[in-house]
Ligand binder design. Sequence first.
Ligand SMILES: NC(=O)c1ccc[n+]([C@@H]2O[C@H](COP(=O)([O-])OP(=O)(O)OC[C@H]3O[C@@H](n4cnc5c(N)ncnc54)[C@H](OP(=O)(O)O)[C@@H]3O)[C@@H](O)[C@H]2O)c1
Length: 313
Amino acid sequence: MERMKAAVCTRYGPPEVFKIVERGVPVPKDDEVLIKIFAASVTNSDIFIRSSDVPLRLRIPMRIMMGITRPRNDILGEVLSGEIVKVGPGIKRFHVGDQVFGLTGFSLGAYADYKCMKEAASRKGCIALKPSNISHGDATSAAYGGLLAFQFLEEGHIQPREKVLIYGASGTSGTIAVQYAKHLGAEVTGVCSAEKIDLVRSLGADKILDYNDRDSISRLEAYDFVLDSVGKARTSELKKACKALMTGKHKFVSIDDGPLILSYDRLVHIRELVEAGIIKPITDRCFPLEQIIEAHRYVERGHKSGNVAIIVN
Ligand SMILES: NC(=O)c1ccc[n+]([C@@H]2O[C@H](COP(=O)([O-])OP(=O)(O)OC[C@H]3O[C@@H](n4cnc5c(N)ncnc54)[C@H](OP(=O)(O)O)[C@@H]3O)[C@@H](O)[C@H]2O)c1
């Protein structure tokens, strides 16, 4: 049996629970492709699964679902970019040699050299041809940030010249949300900390508010649509004030309002806009797979700009 390297989560806990081990290379079923992974990503979801840091009342149901002492799928990683090296006989859409990017959904498994995936999107993942003009690391940012930002921004049915505020404009989804909202013709206000203002301006935001600056609250306007792209766990006085302003037909949507849809069509749309130079995914840092512990420690601090990629091959 061919062997591969993988970072496994040996138990729930701090980043140090990861161990690099050897496993057998998975064999694709008739309706699967085998992907050689070049890059993965460290997301908040990976950290959530690894740490199992949930309120006590949720811990037992979560562990029944995910695994009692460690995740049942012990190779974490829900974002990948790589190349198809084998295809099952039932595969129609992809060929050996295709470069693909996407999410692994509930099946996880991106912190490894290889991963089998179905070609049709499901809760176990979705893949599409990768944008040809960016690296595999950047492609993980485009896949994860793009799917989140596009899905939740599309709920706003944004029209040209509408006022849109992106809260958390410096994260993986926020950096893409600013660019996509501009593409849709909106006047975009990005909210970030003082350190990230230059980044958010470079993405095309028309106005920027610092969420740590109390004066920013008085500069809030009436927005047609607000996307909270950092999620419900992170807040500020500015976010609370902004939410309070959103009444009537104005819509405040959190990126945590409903599950992320793993959509092939949306990945294709993301690829088209990346290849057209309209969306530029942002990568903060890349770590080799062997430094998965350092990568998790870094992301866990909560201050990355855009995405953190894991270079696997
Ligand atoms: N609906 C779903 O199924 C689903 C699936 C996956 C993820 N999510 C949600 O999506 C969220 C966003 O993920 P992401 O990876 O795009 O974000 P992220 O990259 O982790 O966001 C990091 C950015 O947030 C900024 N930040 C930190 N605290 C903040 C605060 N209180 N107010 C404003 N900005 C703050 C940080 O900048 P500074 O440190 O400079 O402030 C940093 O640049 C996740 O946390 C999760 O809640 C939802």
